[in-house]
Write a protein that binds this ligand. Sequence first.
Ligand code: ZN
Length: 290
Amino acid sequence: MDRRVLLSLLSIGAAQALIGCSAHAAPSDSAVRGPDIAPTAPTTAASASATASVAPIAAAVPGADAGPLPSPVPIPAPHPGPAVVVSHAPGRTRQIALTIDDGYDATTVAGYVAFAQRSKIPITFSPNGAYRGVWDRHAEVLRPLVEAGQLQIGNHTWTHKNLLHETDAAIRADIEKNEQWIQRTFGITSRPWFRPPYGAHNHHVDGLAGELGYTRILLWDGSFGDSTLITPEQLVGLARQYLQPGTIMLGHANHQTVLGLFDQIEQLIEQRQLEPVTLDTMFGTSRAVG
Ligand SMILES: [Zn+2]
């Protein structure tokens, strides 16, 4: 962890901002909070794959038919292996990765979809299939952006449970069910990217994910802090604090605070000459390989 991030973490309130998604019960259900798990320190750059191959994107435009559309890129078989935890870009870079999770608020998801369309900014979404009622209506709009490589989809489980409290069979099923939905809905695999709900993971969970082909355990080192409802001033303050070269930024499509702030966030990225990228671009992974 570099000195700037360390200092940021030590500042009052920063640890709160780095908490992963809170429990997804109704906002009034404040008793069901997720554990306050800080992200682990970034691993070394060894997590970066040396290969940066990008699959050629088929030119075929999917039809407007309802139902699953054919994938322009064949879904690759899983490549099981040891899982590596990542929370920061490898090497010196001006890249940042915007990673947006969950999606239980329909208005916020719609706002992010419109933002992606308008801004052309690369984003990695890690939606839970449990909220498919919110996401599926956007599939037709999102798929071309996914196919073009602007958007990437990570696996965040179907149900968003704390995996430290689940059986091995339940963990596998939760990941696999979400993958099947992602393939049907977005036309790509989420492998090798897995973001554990609440950032709650250990070597055992990582090992299970790795056996399924999720060999990149995605944490973060910056956050908009919007796993719970915060004010626009708080969110902008966290954006200013954490949008720095190399940051993997965590946000949530759960609360509408961010909706009025997209222009400010975009300006901040431009002013700081940051380069938003997907995880595939940042780490040299590829949906064609999985
Ligand atoms: Zn989450």
